[in-house]
Design a protein around this ligand. Structure first.
Ligand code: ATP
Ligand code: MG
Length: 552
């Protein structure tokens, strides 16, 4: 957790309510995703806020699926949402579904009709839009607005009974066609949709609109603080109106600014396009801003919670730099990731004066940053090693402190070596570097008296395991692809995935598990991908060691 911080405005409201004895000091929040996609980092902010408030004030949180839009909703999404919320580290008190309230909502609608506060409208969607007016011109009432209560009751019952096709009629609240708030110009409450629902099957052919379902669901569950994003501010008077007219539990809505992150998109509709059109390898592609993508990329729940804590809760929207998210994962992995050596761009190094067939086994802490070092591992050393191609320079320049002909460098946790000669292929590419080693220079037991400036990593060629490594870059080339001219997909970064097919890693990495965080020394943080098999290790780069991003 970050240092002590002052209360955010929602915490202030909650503390005020508790002090005033409102709801007997009870706090019940809810997280209400629509199961029409996978959760993303923006949802994580909403989750941390609603669940975090409940945790802080001895309250509870319901997970409620806002499943009122049957065509777009799927069980796969419900399952993924539950998995992601749990993975983030939160437990819900009740698993609820707006669809469980369809009977109650229907009764509420009937009650409003009886009060003369709702009516059946036969107009088409286009007609309704025109009659609604504009922000500067009041709307106009049509002839259906004055239907009698009895006629409305009958027509609404007929809508429910399936007498009409999709779009033939709607139920509207009778509010104020001249309101300055467009949402109050007789908003829709129900529409006809002959569509199978993932939970209620074919029981219903009318479905409630968000505005009628959401607040009433809150009230049914007796939610005390219903927290949503600022685009719902204009919906709040309606939220309150329905609750008042129906004399329901007075849930209250509070709004906070949504999270916007640069170099990505966050609407589920757009993320779905990326998945369906094959721009990415599924919802959990490590380049996606989804929780499942971040998990596969190697992000930890703690790093995401820390990120949400650091961005804070405000009322005004802004754009958060993805660099902050990367900062949070680096901080966390520095404390937890195992240190290992891996050679990403290998070239063979032969130590001419090291006995052929000899193997030494060295030991190293799993993580020197962790208390107690987090245990240790063994790694073998031999006459032939792999080192990084760019850790060698045939004719080293003045400030080059790695390996060169005539130049000495330390092999990490092993010996000091000196470059002697190279072997090249017909095209002049170096295929082998030859060196000599100083036997008295062994790390931890160095009596050579030689000081070298550089240390490079390596793996023993005879023992190394081969891995595929996937390097990721931003998925988009511009900060706000959703706000550029044309299609957001025109701004996809064509180089967002770079695959290194042949990387050599320390042999003990065959024991890594999916999600195990590893620091490849000097190279970054990596994690084993779910596509890894016993024969073929696959690592995703979570993040580089330092922020190497240069704005283009
Ligand atoms: P999207 O626009 O990405 O499809 P949504 O708002 O339609 O998202 P819901 O499933 O309705 O998605 O959202 C569930 C909750 O998550 C809502 O309370 C919503 O306000 C919140 N939420 C969604 N996106 C963000 C975001 N970028 N930042 C913070 N909260 C968000
Ligand atoms: Mg939504």
């Amino acid at each position: 957790m970050s240092e002590e911080r002052s209360l955010n405005f929602i915490e202030e409201i909650v503390e005020g309510d508790i002090e005033a004895g409102k709801n007997d000091g009870r706090v019940l929040t809810r997280f209400p995703p629509e199961p029409n996609g996978y959760l993303h980092i923006g949802h994580a902010k909403a989750i941390c806020l609603s669940f975090g408030l409940a945790q802080k004030y001895n309250g509870k949180t319901n997970l409620r699926f806002d499943d009122t839009n049957p065509a777009k909703e799927e069980v796969e999404y419900v399952d993924s949402i539950k998995e992601d919320v749990k993975w983030l580290g939160f437990e819900w008190a009740n698993e609820c579904y707006a669809s469980d309230y369809f009977d109650k909502l229907y009764d509420f609608a009937v009650a409003l009709i009886k009060q003369g506060l709702a009516y059946v409208d036969d107009s088409s969607a286009e007609e309704i839009a025109v009659q609604k007016g504009t922000p500067t011109e009041p709307g106009v009432a049509n002839q259906y607005r004055s239907r009698s209560v009895d006629e409305n009751l009958q027509l609404f019952a007929d809508m429910k009974a399936g007498k009409y096709p999709d779009g033939a009629k709607v139920l509207r609240a009778k509010l104020d066609m001249a309101s300055t708030n467009m949402h109050l110009r007789d908003p829709l409450m129900y529409r006809i949709k002959h569509t199978h629902h993932h939970r209620t099957g074919d029981t219903w052919c009318i479905y409630p609109m968000y505005d009628f379902a959401h607040g009433q669901s809150d009230a049914i569950e007796e939610i005390t603080h219903s927290i949503c994003t600022v685009e719902f501010i204009p919906h709040r008077p309606l939220y309150e109106w329905f609750i008042e007219k129906l004399s329901l539990f007075p849930s209250k809505q509070y709004e906070f600014a949504r999270l916007n992150l640069n170099y990505t998109v966050m609407s589920k509709r757009k993320l779905l396009q990326l998945v369906e059109e094959g721009h990415v390898d599924g919802w959990d592609d490590p380049r996606m801003p989804t929780i499942s993508g971040l998990r596969r990329r190697g992000y930890t729940p703690a790093s995401i919670r820390e990120f949400c804590e650091r961005i804070g809760v405000a009322k005004r929207e802004n754009m958060i730099d993805v660099g902050l998210l990367e900062f949070c994962i680096r901080e966390d992995l520095n404390k937890t990731a195992w240190r290992r050596m891996a050679v990403l761009d290998p070239v063979k190094l032969v130590i001419d004066n090291y006995p052929e067939g000899k193997t030494e086994v060295f030991h190293g802490e799993n993580n020197p940053e962790a208390e107690g070092g987090d245990g240790s591992r063994e790694f073998p050393f031999g006459r032939e090693l792999w080192i990084e191609r760019d850790d060698f320079m045939e004719e080293p320049t003045k400030k080059y402190f790695r390996l060169g002909i005539g130049l000495m460098v330390r092999l990490k946790s092993a010996y000091i070596i000196k470059g002697e000669s190279v072997v090249k292929d017909a095209d002049g590419n170096i295929t082998e570097i030859h060196c000599s080693y100083i036997p008295e220079s062994q790390s931890g037991n160095d009596t050579s008296g030689i000081n070298v400036k550089g240390t490079i990593h390596w793996v023993s060629a005879a023992h190394a395991k081969t891995a595929e490594v996937r390097l990721y870059d931003r998925l988009f080339q511009v900060e706000d692809p959703g706000n550029e001219d044309g299609d957001f997909k025109d701004y996809i970064n064509p180089n967002s995935l770079h695959i290194l097919p042949t990387v050599y890693v320390e042999p003990d990495l065959v024991n890594a598990k999916t999600g195990t965080p590893v620091q490849f020394m000097r190279k970054g943080y990596f994690t084993l991908d779910k596509n890894s098999t016993g024969d073929k290790l696959v690592f995703n780069r979570t993040v580089t060691l330092k922020d190497g991003w240069v704005k283009k």
